[in-house]
Design a protein around this ligand. Structure first.
Ligand code: KIV
Length: 292
């Protein structure tokens, strides 16, 4: 492996919990959250001081290459959750419940939520939907598992919503979202993702509920922010939502590195002497004698 440049590390951070989330909201301190799906990314985020890591079902699109989030399974989510849990020790880890792992019944929702903690090393789960998910949220919270809600643009309902489009843009839709937020709070959710909703609606919701809101495309009035890491890093080049701030262009960087590698191998510039294992002359001579 090549030499690496030292990175900034905040060592021995205290474990972030759902209580930390609530305290940060009370103190008006923004909560930071990003998605991760593997060990090195989770480790880099944890060292950067992130409050929470979501093993999002966006895995389906940005890592596995599916058109939407619907095909990803519990087994795939758990596989990636375990990798993230091995890399991040301080951040609050949230496992995203995949499509059809919680919709059929509250019992099935509870069983699958439990798997995220027992088999995936997660601290909490997230599920999409408003009032129609209240029973599932109550069942999971009743078993001592923290639940993060997710309303607004809920990608698992892409077909019902008619595409990945902003939500809550009419007075009645906004009122319904505010009601959903209150219902999820009442059902025991510890936090709520607001995705792709008008900023002033997100601000009102954030003020009217006591649990922290985590916005994605929902403006600065939320109690925290989350982004899909592959969007932030410029790793997913199919499309970038308007609300994403891209901090790097890793796709271009990877492309450059791979092109250089191909060229180096084809022109025999790689491997060079410094990448090559040597053998003492006397051993080499003895070997030559052996094979004569
Ligand atoms: O799956 C995911 O990455 C998410 C975020 C967009 C919040 O649900």
């Amino acid at each position: 492996m090549s030499t690496v440049t030292p990175v900034s590390t905040s060592t021995s951070r205290k474990k972030v919990t759902t209580l930390t989330f609530r305290q940060k909201k009370e103190r008006g301190e923004p909560i930071t959250m990003l998605t991760a799906y593997d060990y090195p990314t989770a480790m880099a985020m944890d060292r950067a001081g992130i409050d929470s890591i979501l093993v999002g079902d966006s895995l389906a699109m940005v890592v596995l290459g599916y058109e939407n989030t619907l095909p990803v399974t519990m087994e795939e989510m758990l596989h990636h959750a375990r990798a993230v849990a091995r890399g991040a020790k301080s951040a609050l880890l949230v496992g995203d419940m995949p499509f059809m792992s919680y919709q059929v019944s509250a019992e099935e929702a509870l069983r699958n939520a439990g798997r995220f903690l027992q088999q995936g090393g997660m601290d909490a789960v997230k599920l999409e939907g408003g009032r129609e998910r209240a029973d599932a949220v109550r069942a999971i919270v009743g078993a001592g598992i923290p639940v993060m809600g997710h309303i607004g643009l809920t990608p698992q309902s892409v077909h019902q919503l008619g595409g990945f489009r902003a939500q809550g843009k009419t007075a009645s839709a906004a009122k319904r979202l505010l009601e959903d937020a209150k219902i999820l709070e009442g059902a025991g959710a510890f936090s709520l993702v607001l995705e792709s909703v008008p900023a002033r609606l997100a601000e009102v919701i954030s003020k009217q509920i006591s649990i922290p809101t985590i916005g994605i495309g929902a403006g600065v009035g939320c109690d925290g922010q989350v982004l899909v890491t592959h969007d932030l890093l410029g790793l997913f080049d199919r499309f970038t939502p308007k609300f994403v701030k891209q901090y790097a262009n890793f796709h271009a960087e990877m492309n450059k590195a791979f092109t250089e590698y191909v060229d180096d191998v084809e022109t025999k510039r790689f491997p060079a002497v410094e990448h090559t294992v040597e053998m003492r002359d006397e051993e080499w001579n003895a070997f030559q004698e052996e094979i004569k």
